[in-house]
Design a protein around this ligand. Structure first.
Ligand code: HEC
Length: 129
């Protein structure tokens, strides 16, 4: 009995260690869904509703982008948004205050976050066919 329990603990530990990716980055980022990732990585600056008014925004100039501003946001291409999220805002010639998340989020995760950011736009984002 005790032996079996010990094996289970060891297996569990191995699982946790391997999924945490050698203790780097933010643990278990891969298991979070886009809105949760947005909360973890983006809300501090972009705010809970993506309005560019997170707690860290007060100290920033220019302010983080307001994702609800559809008039501006809907004119931006997916490639532009992906570039900013992956490589930082300076990569699209914005202020360098937003770092890139390319070492924390993979391409699929960034695509999901772009879709989430798009869902906040007013008026609604209409993808080109
Ligand atoms: C340290 C604060 C900070 C964090 C954290 C942050 N951003 Fe930003 N972000 C900014 C700022 C500031 C700008 C605007 C820069 C400017 O206008 O010069 C910006 C701009 C953007 C843009 C604008 C792109 C465009 O085409 O106008 C997108 C998209 C974006 N951020 C997405 C995200 C996402 C997604 C996350 C989370 C993964 C995130 N940001 C995390 C500060 C941040």
């Amino acid at each position: 009995m005790a032996g079996k329990a010990t094996v289970r603990v060891i297996l569990l530990t191995a699982l946790v260690v391997s999924s945490a990716g050698a203790w780097t980055a933010v643990p278990a980022a891969a298991e979070l869904k886009a809105p949760e990732k947005f909360t973890t990585f983006c809300v501090p600056c972009h705010g809970p509703a993506g309005e560019g008014n997170g707690p860290a925004a007060a100290a920033l100039n220019p302010k983080p982008r307001n994702f609800t501003g559809g008039k501006y946001m809907n004119a931006r291409t997916d490639a532009q948004l992906i570039n900013v999220i992956k490589n930082g805002s300076a990569s699209e010639k914005f202020s360098p205050q937003m770092i890139g998340f390319g070492n924390i989020l993979n391409d699929m995760e960034i695509k999901d976050i772009v879709a989430y950011v798009r869902s906040l736009a007013v008026p609604k984002y209409q993808p080109e066919k």
